[in-house]
Design a protein around this ligand. Sequence first.
Ligand SMILES: *Cc1c(COP(=O)(O)O)cnc(C)c1O
Length: 498
Amino acid sequence: MPRPHRPPLQHVFHPANADHYEATLTAGLQHLLGHLGRVTGPVRGTGPDEAAARVAAVDLDRPLGDLDQVLEEMSHLWLDDAVWFHEPTYAAHLNCPVVVPALLAELFVASVNSSLDTFDQSVGATFVERRLIEWTAERIGFGASADVLASGEEHPDGIFTSGGTQSNLQALLLARGRMEQEQVSAERLRIFASADGHFSVQKAARLLGLGDIAVVSVPVDAGHRMDPAALERSLAASTALGLVPMAIVATAGTTDFGAIDPLPAIADLARAYDTWLHVDAAYGGGLLVSPTRRGLLDGIDRADSVTVDYHKTFFQPVSSSALIVRDSSLLAPVTWHADYLNPRDAQTPNQVDKSIQTTRRFDALKLWLTLRTMGPDLIGEYVDNVIELAAEVHVRAVDLPDLEFVTAPSLSTLVFRYLPAATLDEQTLARLNNDIRSALYASGAAMVAATRVEGRQYLKLTLLNPMATAADILGVLDLVRDHGARIAADLPQVEVVR
Ligand SMILES: *Cc1c(COP(=O)(O)O)cnc(C)c1O
């Protein structure tokens, strides 16, 4: 019996609709290129109330008439105000400009829509992802130590994830899984991370049902690196109380300071306490391909697991991250066999056995086309370039009388504040620096981030744009100083000894 009604089908990705697909994507590309040509700064300065009102005004039940209207509306709602990470005066969060080969990959990833859970939904994609995991593991040095090679017993492994948050969660889930084998009750488990570690560690502890109390904050040294002597004291104190160290999370590139915790000393302690060592290299992972700075990650090969965010220092579009483990057996806690997907007796390799996701994007293709087009050394040169940029800006700005830098940069961040000649109390200084940041955003000329260090308010530059020059970034600092001087001129001046 014929179906009474067939809806219009040109919107389905299908060879019969190739012309429609091409016309749509071509119009979209033209729209994007036209916009790109008009971008003059990192942002337009629209505030949340206005942005919310525009989106709220849309009637989602009434589609627009044609593609031009759809694109126009999209621009009005988002693109016109989008934050452009390729603009050299964007220096706020850990966002990178993205490389073109990865964008080409996105077109294929989204159109073909392979799902990486099982071989029978992905075929070659499963092996592309596996090769990139092996490649990253080799760069880390997993499986390369003399003992491991001699024993032939360890096979590095891992999985692409949605980001560092998920990679860290999975790492801690695996560490916890190891504890369950040893039948340690959850209330006794402790995770040791530096005071400057990423908050996703705390979130992971909550998600794992361990609670906030499970994360022990280890003090840092003047360079914001975990202090190994303090770690040792924390480990000793906890075990003396009958608590059980479940994992140590070392950070290779902290979010604020780019600080790299002393990995060899921490690895010694992890071994002494028979504890899982996770290295969160979400930010510092790009050093794996640096032609000159790979040594900063020495000791990373002694970890049990490592987080790498390709969408930070490999210049990949969001999402692209991986969790890499020293040995494939460590992934067992995330393996679950379902008869309809990956039965226990499956004859094919199924990535879902290694992931906390099921349906999963072929994000690996982005890194693959990047490596096959550019090669790893060029990515590493971009990483070196932004680290050198931060160092140069610091040298040239550190003596300016109205700026105070917390410390010299480790990677590519600079934490500083505007400090006028007048003596101001901390609260006023904090407000002044926040106001400078808001003024920069509203002007659309530059974007900087903010953070607090030891209770004091600071501004932060994160430099991840290999096309930015020292003149660009010194220009951002000049804008900070100009706005600072202007805003400070209106302040009631309070005499307080700092
Ligand atoms: C960015 C970051 C994360 C979180 O990664 P997402 O990709 O944003 O989820 C974790 N750890 C560190 C050190 C980071 O800088």
